[in-house]
Design a protein around this ligand. Sequence first.
Ligand SMILES: [Zn+2]
Length: 436
Amino acid sequence: MNQYEYIVAQADEMKDRLTATRRDFHKYAEAGWMEIRTSSLIARKLADMGYEVLVGEQVCKRESRMGVPDEKALDARYETALSQGADPEYAPYMKGGMTGVIGILRCGEGPTVACRFDIDALGVYEDENDSHRPTHEQFASVHNGVMHACGHDGHATIGLGVAKILMGMKENLHGTVKLIFQPAEEGVRGAKAIVDNGNLDGVQYFLASHITDKAEDDPAVVIPGSYGSLATTKYDAFFQGVSAHAGGSPEKGKNVMLAVATAILNLYAIPRHSGGVTRMNVGKVIAGSGRNVIADSASMEIELRGETTEINQFVEDYAKSILESSAKMHGCTCELKLMGSAHSLTSDAVLIDRVRKVCEQDLKLPVAKMDSSKNGGSEDVSYMMNRVQEQGGQATFMRVLTKTSAPGHNRRFDFDESVLPNAVKIFCGVIYDILS
Ligand SMILES: [Zn+2]
């Protein structure tokens, strides 16, 4: 049996265990920076397999984390996570939103390969109808309003499957493997903090994937690359003015309502860009306190996107100027808090070719005809890919294909779990091809 056959046999053999792990993560879904149970169990499993395990401050740079929930919510999650079987040794490292885990396998001289597996759920109420499989088979989320509706429960599981097989074949590997279990991908909040900690420095090869829907009769199990993911920036804006009696002394007030209204209209008036598509959205505004009061405070949630990092920067600079000027125009102030950001991304053609070759020739897995799939949204894996690429390394963001029951972020999302062993084979096969 050659090493590729070993990988295929091992992955097929662990299918039931992978399914059970995925369903456990699905049931105890945790949102970004709250993945305490999830992270602690991943750390425990990696340590038991023999991995060098990084947790807490070693994974994310504290100040680089974006969109971290408030202390109270984090503390509450910590207590609940412990009662739900979080690992008592590792959980304390994750307190206060320091989630995420990195497992390292050192096999002597050779290149370093890093893989990213995102682990967070998102704010979706899971369907309670019995026709939704997770509900019917009793692994629906026990956390109301938090659901793995994007398949990251599967991604975390795939990472653990990869870890297990690579450890079993470490005598045949030459180099280093870094398995990065990333928190807070939703809202593009987590990857930058891992990059800022230097965890992608010295990495020559980088692999990541996302579970993606395919047609029932399509035999392909993977699209080896991606392109076109939009660069994005997300801000919370806080406007401050001065309240006053709306009838008795309106001239004494500084009205944030006017500042906000001026800002909204002008944000949507940011010019298009000849270099590519742009997006701008004001998604939420809370302002004022009552009918007869000049409003003195407001908060606004906005997001900006661009086809490339440069185009997004253009939109972002314009938006900042509008927010500040609108506030100033009416004697108010505006403070911005960065809540998330991602760059655009492109997979390297040589690595795409390598994934195709390994899958088709060595693993006997069918690959999609297209090399790269266009990414409509945004993905902060771009931070990791760009870091590797700027050091001269190769990176790809693959699509592992399977039948899903609903689009991503839908309350009826679920997927055919045969994708789990298939994805494990692809990661292990490519890593072996690089490190053999
Ligand atoms: Zn996702």
